[in-house]
Design a protein around this ligand. Structure first.
Ligand code: SAM
Length: 283
């Protein structure tokens, strides 16, 4: 089943959290000269045109990135992310209107250097085409239309022993919840110093608890969990919040999120909005 299209959701509140964390992690990785591997198991299209039908149909970005892009009082921790989105929209016809929003490959492209390599997996026949087009003039990028879970395991450990792995499935299939955790656990066994970012939607609380439980009982150490929920958990259908498990986060990331989360609550939140940040597994 491949009906999920990220173009409907590009720039929404979940992307703001995920992509600001990804930006901070990549920014941190580039502080050392030595190259690293960026591995994206579920890449999507790479870049999204916000004026197009998909993004306009849901308008999700209007309740996400659009609410903070022009805020001069945004916290410093959001700077790497916001300045990148601004730089991509320099030619926008109006300063209030965003024309494009990057997917995770678009974020990565802005940070990686000559010594780094990027490995992108995507299955959808249309999105892989968009992704290949987006990557055309990008050196040291390897795009594959194949399963991202297997793709990650095939590249681990990277020869440089430095790597960032983003696992961002659509969760159309319930099995994605456990498959994503299993992939991290297996990858960690071969490469325990890599940084892994696993995104999840808050749809059914028990599925997330099962993920946490399986991580906690595994050999994986040093896991930060962050969650931002627009609304309280509900049994009704639909995503009420967003979260990330981050294995081996950069040391300042928790403090940076302490700045980002209350800001997101003020700018993007509703009456019931809440957030949590906790060290799920110690170092
Ligand atoms: C949530 S979106 C990715 C968004 C992207 N990482 C971003 O942050 O911009 C999930 C993507 O995974 C793709 N996909 C689904 N199953 C996959 C698999 N087994 N391997 C690789 N890609 C897959 C979908 O087609 C979809 O484009």
């Amino acid at each position: 089943m491949l009906s999920y299209r990220h173009a409907f959701h590009a720039g929404n509140f979940a992307d703001v959290l995920k992509h600001s964390v990804l930006s901070l992690v990549l920014d941190y990785m580039t502080r050392k000269e030595k190259g690293f591997h960026y591995i994206d198991s579920h890449s999507g299209a790479g870049m999204y045109q916000l004026a197009e039908e998909y993004a306009q149909k849901t308008g999700e970005y209007k309740d996400g990135i659009a609410k903070i892009i022009n805020d001069e009082n945004a916290p410093e921790s959001l700077e790497p992310y916001l300045s990148l989105i601004k730089s991509l929209n320099l030619n926008s016809s109006s300063s209030d209107e965003l024309e494009v929003y990057p997917g995770s490959p678009g974020i990565a492209k802005a940070f990686v250097r000559r010594q780094d390599s990027s490995h992108l997996f995507e299955l959808h026949p249309t999105d892989i085409q968009h992704l290949e087009d987006f990557c055309q003039h990008w050196r040291k990028v390897f795009v594959k239309q194949s399963d991202g879970y297997q793709g990650v395991l095939g590249l681990i450990p990277p020869p440089s022993r430095r790597g960032v792995v983003l696992i961002d499935p659509p969760y159309e299939l319930k099995e994605d919840y456990q498959k994503a955790v299993k992939t991290i656990v297996k990858a960690y066994e071969k490469f325990s110093t890599g940084t892994y970012i696993l995104w999840y939607p808050v749809v059914k609380r028990e599925l997330i608890e099962q993920m946490s439980h399986n991580l906690v009982k595994s050999s994986v150490r040093n896991v930060l969990q962050v969650e931002f929920c627009l609304e309280n958990d509900t049994d009704e259908y639909g995503m009420t919040g967003t979260g990330l498990f981050i294995v081996n986060p950069p040391w300042q990331l928790a403090a940076q999120l302490e700045e980002i989360l209350p800001y997101m609550k003020t700018k993007l939140g509703r009456d019931e909005t809440s957030y949590t940040l906790n060290q799920l597994i110690a170092e």
